[in-house]
Design a protein around this ligand. Structure first.
Ligand code: GZL
Length: 332
């Protein structure tokens, strides 16, 4: 049988081929130590969103998605339906997929250290947006972008103190808290309580979570109205719970904005309309338009640039008159 001569490649050819394969392999990795971008040249961002519980959240999601498109960032978006276990699952998936950066709005403040350590061990930087975590280890995330919720609560309380300083007798306040354990609920409650503390006639007679939803606000306000014959003020941690409470107040034969003074936080369009219509009395703004700033931070963090530990959004407050003026130009 004729022996077939086999032509083996030269050492040089093998070396060239090996180098070429190595270079291709590293470029395709996307999250390699060389800091290469994904194989399509884009930065890949894994984002875990709280849910879709309120008008604020909807506007925040829109801002993030539009900003990612505008920034040429490949966005992997997950809606956790307000469950922490879903956010932890999503973050683990992002780690498995070797995204370049992870960002999320933590539904509650506690219980994040383990999964954030996994991201750190995988050398994937994490950005907190909107809500923060209570982790003692600040190296688990690169920065926080969002509002000062204590200030929002304080502004709400200070307005009420000013409004009620001439009130003779006790002013009974009921409070619709946001999601139990969340940073906005904890901090808005704290800020409001501190602002009214020096006025003993201003009393919080009931305080319960409505989970930032309209349904929750309506349900809890119904309970408040049944249990408390004299309610003078409602402080709701967001517009949506205030809007749900409007239905309960009206059904109880009371006039919102007059029989019961209503103070909320957010200043989304429906809340601002209720304020302009005289059903709400005051709103402390909390901007959901974090998308552009977030994408700028994603690029900086991915490129290893230093970023501030905390970046706070600029916000204001609205009275009924100011809402009428501002409504036509509101972006959300
Ligand atoms: C605040 C945000 C809150 C809003 C609510 O930054 O986390 O969650 O105030 C939303 O409307 O549900």
């Amino acid at each position: 049988m004729k022996r077939m001569r086999t032509h083996l490649p030269s050492r040089k050819a093998i070396a060239v081929l090996t180098a070429a394969l190595l270079a291709t392999g590293m470029a395709a990795c996307g999250n390699s130590d060389t800091g290469d971008k994904g194989d399509d040249g884009k930065i890949t961002l894994g984002f875990s969103q709280v849910g879709a519980e309120s008008g604020w959240r909807t506007a925040n999601t829109t801002s993030i998605k539009e900003a990612a498109t505008g920034a040429g960032i490949d966005l992997k978006f997950d809606d956790a339906q307000q469950k922490q276990e879903n956010q932890i699952k999503a973050i683990r998936n992002f780690i498995q997929q070797k995204v370049d950066v992870i960002a999320f709005s933590p539904v509650v403040e506690s219980g994040w250290d383990t999964v954030l350590k996994e991201a750190k061990d995988a050398k994937i930087p994490v950005i907190l947006t909107d809500r923060s975590v209570d982790s003692a280890d600040k190296s688990l995330y690169k920065t926080f972008l969002g509002s000062d919720f204590v200030k929002e609560g304080r502004l709400a309380g200070e307005w009420l103190v000013e409004q009620k300083k001439a009130a003779g007798g006790p002013v009974n306040i009921v409070e619709l808290q946001g999601t139990t354990g969340s940073a906005p609920a904890n901090d808005r409650k704290k800020g409001f309580a501190e602002a009214i503390a020096a006025n003993p006639n201003l009393k919080i007679i009931a305080s319960q979570s409505g989970d930032f939803t309209r349904a929750g606000g309506k349900q809890v306000m119904e309970q408040f109205l049944k249990a408390n014959p004299k309610i003078d003020v409602l402080f709701a941690h967001n517009d949506d719970m205030g809007l749900g409470a409007l239905e309960a107040i009206t059904a109880a034969g009371k006039v919102p904005g007059k029989d019961i003074t209503i103070i909320t936080v957010d200043a989304v369009k429906d809340g601002m309309q209720a304020l302009a219509d005289g059903k709400f009395n005051f709103i402390a703004e909390c901007s959901p338009l974090l998308g552009p700033q977030l994408m700028d931070l994603v690029k900086k963090v991915h490129n290893g640039e230093q970023v501030p530990a905390r970046i706070e959004t600029q916000e204001t407050t609205f009275t009924q008159e100011q809402a009428k003026e501002a409504l036509p130009n509101r972006k959300y």
